[in-house]
Design a protein around this ligand. Structure first.
Ligand SMILES: [Zn+2]
Length: 288
């Protein structure tokens, strides 16, 4: 009897906060969303997964709070324990919850490109790619404490998808990671649209991604447009959803012209189409 009472008490005290997880089962490379109600006397702090903690922000409607939790392509399948940290009447509290991660049904693809682009031998190229990688990571890890978006995301162009996110890539016979975005068919010179409102965080030419534009949507969300042939925006410029930001091309490490579209959430490369589907449905509603 005593045991039963103790059990009932524990269960009740744990269920104090009605947290809502939009997607409890997901694949590596996907994102989930935590929605939290406004509660009197409760101040949300962070959501943590292992040592990584994600910030909690007000939703665009300001009716509740949200946190985006991205899982890396390299995360292992299994039950993942996450912990919500918050203060209730100035007392530090923790509430654990679980996500089930499975391996996405990602395919393998073999690509043949000029060997110069696969194993850059020259010290200058090595130096360049290392610098560009370091700069990119620093940029994606920057969390602008302001959300620029309140409408659903759109695709940067209407066209056939030629390569999905997550495909394991074998360049000239050796495995070189996975496809970090979604490729759209686009002849050189196709107008590319901003997927949502934001501030241009980067415009320039990089060894692998060629002509590159990155848009900061705020609160840790970035969209990326690679292999461009022309830029119509400058760094620091505010852009609106649907605005032409430039023209597609075939610059960087490519086998032919296309647009590579990618998204980063809190520094993690995520499946851009799954991210858009999730946030459009749960976080961003069309306004009249
Ligand atoms: Zn691509």
């Amino acid at each position: 009897m005593f045991r039963f009472l103790l059990f009932a008490f524990c269960t009740l005290s744990l269920a104090a906060l009605p947290l809502q997880v939009s997607k409890k089962t997901l694949a590596n490379g996907e994102t989930t969303l935590l929605l939290l109600p406004k509660e009197k006397g409760v101040a949300y702090e962070k959501v943590c997964y292992k040592k990584e903690c994600f910030e909690i922000f007000l939703t665009p409607s300001k009716q509740s709070y949200y946190a985006l939790i991205p899982f890396s392509y390299y995360d292992k399948a299994g039950n993942k324990e996450l912990v919500l940290r918050y203060k209730e009447e100035s007392q530090e509290k923790k509430e654990p919850f679980f996500i089930k991660l499975h391996y996405g049904n990602y395919k393998k693809e073999s690509i043949h490109v000029s060997s110069k682009k696969v194993n850059p031998k020259s010290p200058e190229v090595k130096k360049r790619t290392a610098r560009e990688y370091k700069e990119a990571i620093a940029l994606y890890n920057r969390v602008t404490p302001k959300l620029y978006i309140d409408k659903p995301f759109i695709l940067p162009l209407e066209s056939a998808i030629t390569s999905d996110f997550g495909k394991a890539r074998v360049y000239n016979g050796s495995l070189k990671g996975y496809h970090s975005g979604t490729d759209f068919r686009a002849p050189v010179g196709t107008p590319v649209l901003a997927s949502n409102d934001g501030v241009v965080a980067y415009v320039g030419d990089r060894f692998y991604s060629g002509g590159t534009i990155i848009i900061d949507h705020g609160e840790g969300i970035y969209s990326c447009y690679f292999h461009m042939s022309k830029y119509d925006v400058e760094k620091g410029e505010r852009v609106q959803r649907g605005e032409v930001i430039g023209l597609s091309g075939k610059s960087g490490r490519v086998t032919g012209p296309h647009l590579h579209f990618a998204m980063r959430v809190h520094g993690v490369q995520v499946n851009p189409l799954q991210f858009i589907e999730l946030t459009n449905k749960e976080l961003l509603k069309e306004r009249d």
